[in-house]
Ligand binder design. Structure first.
Ligand code: SF4
Length: 474
């Protein structure tokens, strides 16, 4: 337990998130009670006065009030960070950066033609980012920058189609996902509602260029082949696809993939799919409730190649319960034989709604171990000729690290960059989806659809009206 006693709450979230990075999994209280660490903060006309009390140490220091809130905040975070190191904590790979889009900071600097040396210095001096993360962040942002340069994204938009069903619920899942077994007989009704929403959106956005489509979930391939064809035909018959740059479907779970479904996707023009092993260790797959075998991964991948897919992504998670460094080395040795066009590496995020949390199965790994695992994974990507092209972080992430998308040059997923860098309006249809409207001045508004598919079907008109009310003012 960590206690925060703050006289001024302006930077409460920033302080808490920084402490969360040093002490993953701890609970926070706002009274001076028995805890492994207490942070007291008071304020006078010139500075913040801070006291940090650990079990065997007390540190007191000040942090100045600067002219801008930005400078005051970053000074405060740096001062707390350095004092936490004095208590014996190890450096964090991302320093004081706790936001989810570190590449956004670098992208802005690249767009303003800032020299690379100055960007590196900024990341080091202001945020205390470690050298490896500076290199990764700049390399990723440069790739994003060069990809976006070729796309007229400002005049376009993207479409997300949500299929909230999966064969089983994975232990770490915090997405909108309902059992396909329980929903089986009602999926046609869901698809009918989804198609109505898609048609309404196609009319609303008829004057804009649709550039990317991403069907995710859940696991879209939980549906039958004819159902996938139906949705994609509605898209084909109602949207102008002459400006489409990519159409991705998250096949996701190998236990949901069949030749018939892959052929339906191929026939509908899908040019990028994901087949996600998460790990190549059977004991881990069993533990996390994936209910498929390693053989299924090889088989579904072979089928996808056989059907003609030339752009396949594979997702992996680092920090899964019970995995050792040797397991990760073994998984990534096996990945080499697939030679996929892209690999996305996730550091496990401990989300509140996940069964890992609700069933008390959280296992917090040592930060150094997670770092070695991530290094194994990223080295494999480099060996396969894959380059980082998008990156984001989440709260409560194992090792306080990041998720990184690696790809062969030219095989990147543009949708992933557009959503992460918040460069383009993304209209999302289906239960549990969230549309993001990006305005000309950079302002962003979200429109949420209800999560429960049953409620989504019942309240479809309202979901459409929410989108209509926002349309035309962006
Ligand atoms: S496949 Fe993905 S969406 Fe489905 S339960 Fe597992 S983590 Fe959640």
């Amino acid at each position: 337990m960590i206690s925060l006693v703050l006289e001024d709450m302006t930077f409460e979230q920033d302080i808490r998130e920084l402490l969360m990075a040093f002490y993953p999994g701890e609970k926070y209280i706002y009274t001076d009670e028995d805890s492994i660490l207490s942070l007291f903060l008071s304020k006078d006309s010139k500075s913040y006065n801070i006291k940090i009390k650990s079990e065997d140490n007390v540190l007191e220091f000040i942090s100045p009030l600067r002219e801008t809130k930005f400078d005051t905040k970053n000074d405060l975070k740096r001062n707390i960070y350095e004092n936490l190191l004095n208590l014996g904590n190890a450096d964090l790979p991302w320093g004081t950066l706790t936001g989810i889009r570190p590449t956004k900071i670098v992208m802005e600097m690249l767009e303003n033609n800032m020299p690379l040396e100055d960007i590196k210095k900024h990341l080091k001096d202001i945020y205390l980012v470690g050298d490896k993360r500076i290199k990764l962040c700049i390399e990723t942002a440069k790739n994003e920058f060069n990809i976006l340069k070729k796309v007229d994204y400002k005049n376009g938009y993207s479409l997300y189609i949500g299929i909230p069903f999966c064969p089983t619920r994975c232990l770490y899942c915090s997405f909108t996902s309902y059992s396909i077994t329980q929903w089986k007989k009602d999926t046609d009704t869901y698809i009918e509602a989804l198609c109505k929403e898609l048609i309404a959106v196609s009319k609303m956005y008829a004057d804009k260029k649709l550039q990317t489509i991403y069907m995710g979930g859940g696991t879209p391939t939980s549906l039958e082949g004819y159902q996938l064809s139906k949705i994609l035909n509605v898209v084909k018959n109602n949207f102008d696809l002459s400006n489409i740059l990519e159409l991705t479907v998250e096949a996701g779970r190998p236990d949901s993939i069949t030749r018939e479904k892959l052929e339906a996707l191929k026939a509908a023009g899908v040019d990028r799919i994901s087949i996600n092993p998460q790990t190549m260790q059977q004991k881990t797959l069993d533990l996390i409730g994936r209910q498929h075998t390693i053989k299924d991964i090889y088989e579904s991948y072979r089928l996808a190649r056989d059907v003609g897919f030339e752009n396949i992504n594979m997702d992996f998670i680092i920090g899964l319960n019970g995995e050792t460094l040797e397991d990760v080395i073994d998984s990534f040795t096996k990945v080499k034989s697939f030679d996929p066009e892209s690999i996305t590496i996730h550091s496990l995020a401990l989300k509140r709604a996940a069964r890992l949390n609700t069933e008390n199965k959280r296992e917090i790994m040592d930060n150094d171990l997670i770092l070695s695992m991530i290094n194994t994974a990223t080295d494999t990507c480099a060996d396969l000729g894959l380059e980082p092209y998008y990156l984001y972080r989440q709260k409560n992430m194992a090792g306080n690290l990041e998720n990184i998308g690696f790809s062969k040059p030219g095989k990147e997923c543009l949708y992933n960059i557009l959503i992460m860098e918040e460069k383009q309006t993304i209209i999302a249809c289906g239960a549990g989806t969230s549309s993001k409207i990006v305005f000309g001045d950079g302002r962003i508004e979200r429109i949420e659809n209800v999560k429960d598919p049953k409620l989504y079907i019942e309240r479809l008109d309202e979901m459409i009206m929410r989108k209509e009310s926002m349309h035309g003012i962006d």
